[in-house]
Write a protein that binds this ligand. Structure first.
Ligand code: ADP
Ligand code: MG
Length: 705
């Protein structure tokens, strides 16, 4: 199968996304690679598809146990043989994984970095044919990042100890140039393909709110939102209090912070993943391990300390690509809390740096401009224009005319400048507020007495942004300010509009978004069925199908099992596993639909009449595909390349020579040939099956049913 065929067959997707194709290409041809792509862009597929394409096994190093479990569950649900190795395995489980791995039963094995250098892992690694080592969350190797994990430094040692060096892939969503350099150097990537895609997440809606009563604003929001979401608070105490109030008010919410016992934390996380609760109230301790794709909103109850953290946390919304909200509740008080936390440090340089970062965060909260644009500029990305999908672009604000106050500030500055003085903001405003010892004679002294400082700050920022004030740390008025002083231009700032009108507009926008123009009741029923199946299989709901897949199902409304494959996210295995039940539901919703076709009874004759035998010599997996096409049609259990290999060995056509399968004399006589292929770790031998040999494969598969 080609990578594109693998994408369709196993993952149910028609096309690679931006960046994926190039990375997959590099890795399948054995080249190292670094992928820097935002959350939800689809980094996992960049190594999972090559893993299915390459011979042998792919090792994935991933920092969190919960994340591994989810990923492995998701892969298995797609029919990809995968396992994980971490400290959560019992002795017996570990032995089973070990023996399965040696028996080449897995294509992908996830490993915790702490285990890499353990003697048992080293031994296993010596005996595996490893084509690819993929490092997820690769920024954990950088000491400059916030998520530094010392055990990530074991990765290069581990790789150096392998009998052949596999291709090395690394992925991260957060990489400043410095962290990127670190990853390349520390991991020892060789001539890697580096792919950095844009940071934009178009499906996320950003908004800043300055509610007088945050809790009231929160419940108002929750009233109209029935999806899953995260509420971030800056302190444990706040987490406790918000969670408790929500619970008292009847919301299914859990709390999560580092001060809670492990057991409660992992229960909260599981409850959230498995959709048993919809809301989690948490500190920033919650999140890195969360791969839940259907988080519909992330609310920051307080302003975070910097834009990086904000974007990372908010970015946990909408991984599935469907519309999701990122709302920040901002209050001036948050700045004091943040400053307090920053000042805890004993390193003066760190304090200075963090204050600068905080300042940029504050400006995000204060800006009247496009919020997305602000964030993307922050990360050094140019944007074509305003996004049209944030609170500032969609006009969740009322304009207030503040020309008179603007004139006061500008004329004050004009007077100071004329006297040859330029001061920093604080001193400038002190005079305006009548709080300074000097300049008491200036006619603008105290003319804004009693006006909140933050309002003057906001207005000054706005005037600076509009080019009326020049600010290089010291403020001066520009010639352009005459427009305002003379009254020919008026100045406005924005305040929050009433919540109800904003929500109504949002609801309208959401309804217009592609994919949301679906029947809400059908969508709800599909979600119910998904939850039912998830309970039966004891996996999180998003492992069964993502929200995006259910939405696509609503849109495409497949009527027959084969049509199910046209739904994004439905691969072969999921179609077989869940197709019928979902089709049933879709049919019930569509009373005029034709009754389901029951497949005719399966017979060997029917099988032979339909199985495709190709003239060209095929790889074993391709031969298995041809056989499966027929088996699937009759609801029979599928075969696989691995199963066929085992059958061929049993029947004496192949033999296993040090993990490499080679034809025996009998096999050669049958028409099994071999070719030399190149891969990352040198050459390897692959068996090919001509028409006669394909027929024998089909016979064996049939007999094994
Ligand atoms: P990341 O690790 O970059 O944050 P994931 O690998 O978790 O992102 O993928 C996010 C979501 O996007 C998943 O639900 C995944 O199935 C989906 N996805 C990935 N690639 C594609 C694609 N080519 N087409 C459609 N959906 C995709
Ligand atoms: Mg990921």
């Amino acid at each position: 199968m080609t990578p594109t065929e693998i994408l369709k067959q196993y993952f149910g997707y028609d096309a690679f996304r931006a960046g994926q194709a190039e990375l997959v290409d590099a890795l399948t041809s054995g080249r190292d690679a670094l992928g820097v792509m935002p959350t939800g862009a689809g980094k996992s597929l960049c190594y999972q598809v090559p893993a299915m394409f390459l011979p042998g096994v792919t090792l994935v190093i991933s920092p969190l146990i919960s994340l591994m479990r989810d990923q492995v569950q998701a892969l298995r649900a797609n029919g990809v043989p995968a396992a994980f190795i971490n400290s959560s395995l019992t002795e017996a489980q570990w032995r089973r994984v070990m023996s399965n791995a040696l028996g080449e039963q897995y294509k992908i094995i996830y490993i915790a970095p702490e285990r890499l250098l353990s003697p048992s892992m080293r031994e296993l690694a010596q005996n595996l044919r490893i084509s690819l080592v993929a490092v997820d969350e690769a920024h954990c190797i950088s000491q400059w990042g916030q998520d530094f994990r010392p055990s990530y430094l074991d990765i290069p040692k581990f790789v150096a100890g392998l009998p052949v060096r596999p291709a090395l892939a690394s992925f991260t969503a957060t990489a400043t140039p410095r962290v990127r350099e670190d990853i390349l150097a520390a991991l020892g990537l060789r001539d890697p393909l580096t792919k950095v895609t844009g940071f934009d997440r178009p499906n996320l809606y950003f908004e800043i709110k300055q509610p007088k009563d945050k809790y009231a604003a929160l419940t108002q929001y929750l009233k109209e939102e029935d999806g899953s979401g995260i509420i971030y608070c800056s302190t444990r105490k706040e987490v406790e209090s918000v969670a408790e109030r929500l619970q008292t008010d009847g919301y299914a919410a859990a709390r999560y912070h580092a001060g809670l016992p492990d057991s409660e934390r992992s229960r909260a996380q599981d409850d959230f993943l498995y959709d048993r609760i919809k809301i989690i109230v948490a500190t920033n301790a919650f999140g890195m391990g969360i791969d839940k794709s259907n988080v519909r909103f992330v609310i920051h109850y307080h302003m975070p300390q910097n834009v990086e953290s904000y974007y990372q946390e908010a970015g946990r919304a909408g991984r599935d690509g469907l519309p999701a909200d990122c709302v920040l509740f901002y209050a001036r008080k948050d700045i004091n809390t943040a400053l307090f936390l920053i000042n805890q440090s004993e390193n003066p340089d760190e304090i200075t740096r963090n204050k600068q970062l905080l300042n940029q965060m504050e400006r995000y909260c204060e800006t009247d401009g496009c919020l997305r644009r602000y964030i993307l500029h922050y990360f050094g990305e140019q944007t074509a224009g305003d996004c049209g999908n944030c609170g500032n672009c969609t006009g969740s604000f009322d304009e207030t005319d503040v020309t008179v106050d603007a004139q006061k500030i500008l004329s004050h500055l004009w007077r100071l400048n004329k006297a040859g003085k330029r001061f920093m903001f604080t001193h400038t405003v002190d005079i305006l507020l009548g709080k300074s010892e000097d300049f008491t004679d200036l006619s603008t002294f105290g003319i804004m007495k009693g006006v909140p400082r933050h309002y003057i700050r906001r207005l000054t920022n706005r005037l600076t942004a509009l080019g009326y004030i020049y600010d290089d740390g010291y403020l001066s008025v520009t010639p352009k300010a005459n427009e305002v002083l003379s009254g020919s231009v008026s100045i406005t700032i924005r305040g929050n509009k009433p919540e109800s009108s904003v929500r109504a507009e949002r609801a309208k926008k959401r309804a217009e978004a592609p994919g949301y123009a679906v029947s809400e009741s059908l969508f709800a029923k599909l979600k119910e069925l998904r939850l039912e199946i998830a309970h039966e299989e004891k996996v999180p709901a998003f492992v069964v199908f993502s929200d995006a897949t259910l939405v696509d199902m609503c849109v495409k409304r497949p009527g027959a099992e084969e049509e199910m494959l046209s739904v994004s996210g439905v691969g072969q295995v999921k179609k077989e596993r869940y197709g019928r039940r979902f089709l049933q539901l879709l049919r019930e919703e569509k009373p005029d639909a034709e009754p389901p076709e029951t497949p005719p009874e399966f017979t060997a004759a029917l099988f032979w009449a339909q199985v495709e035998i190709e003239d060209r010599p095929l790889q074993i997996s391709r031969a298995a595909d041809n056989i499966n096409t027929v088996l699937i049609r009759y609801g029979k259990a599928k075969t696989s390349g691995m199963k066929l290999n085992a059958l061929l060995i049993e029947a004496g056509y192949l033999e296993n020579a040090d993990g490499v399968k080679l034809p025996t004399e009998r096999g050669l006589a049958l028409g099994v040939t071999t070719v030399e292929r190149q891969s990352a770790h040198g050459n390897y031998t692959q068996c090919l099956f001509d028409a006669g040999a394909q027929r024998v494969c089909a016979e064996l598969a049939l007999a094994a049913l």
